[in-house]
Design a protein around this ligand. Sequence first.
Ligand code: CMP
Length: 234
Amino acid sequence: MKSMDQEARRRVLLSSPLFDALPREALDDILARAGDKFVRRGQTIFLKGDEGSYMVAVLSGRMRISATSPEGREITLNMIDAGEVFGEMALLDGKTRSADATALEDSQLLLVERRDFLPHLMSNLTLALRLIDVLCARLRDTSETLGNFAMLDLPGRLSRRLLTLAAEYGHFVDGQIRLNIRLSHTDLGRFVGSSRESVNKQMRAWEEDGIVARADSRIALCKPDALRRIAGQD
Ligand code: CMP
């Protein structure tokens, strides 16, 4: 993978509200001290329980944050795209990693050490508030997911997840919302806490009813209103 030049790195970081809070010199200081890491699709960055004193900014590619049950079942907590960060929790509280991080695609990462980030955080209230925004968004997301797990059956959880993915990755083509991200039924199962087989069966039923379709190995929502009804959001 070709390394990004400094200007391209700066551009990616400035696309995130977090780094956009930094004056130019501060951003350059962080960039100058940060370490590069290239990871291949499927590669693990760290596991829950690992020690870690750095957070990670994604310059290109996509990461998955997940938790694994003692029986080995994986739940996806979040996906982190270019311009976003993860690993900020261990950087802030000095404890071990709270979840696993794996590359969903070949990715270029920037590792920012606690000692290089904290001085900026201490002297920049906007930066601190933006980081709190990141944490609030994660907590809101987790509360929503927990609520869905407790209150919804598989069609409910799956329809909500598809609608959330559509809000983030969807674009309109020929009256459908196409998700601009490749997701297998295993991936979807990890979002909703179900097996690939159960997701397969549900998606097939929805395909037969014309509610969803597969186009170019991507999912399309053909009847989002029907999904909203199933999700109890109409
Ligand atoms: P850290 O605990 O350092 O390492 C794992 C990272 O995953 C964590 O920082 C956050 O960046 C991210 N993370 C942990 N829990 C969640 C969650 N529930 N939702 C989204 N991201 C999370």
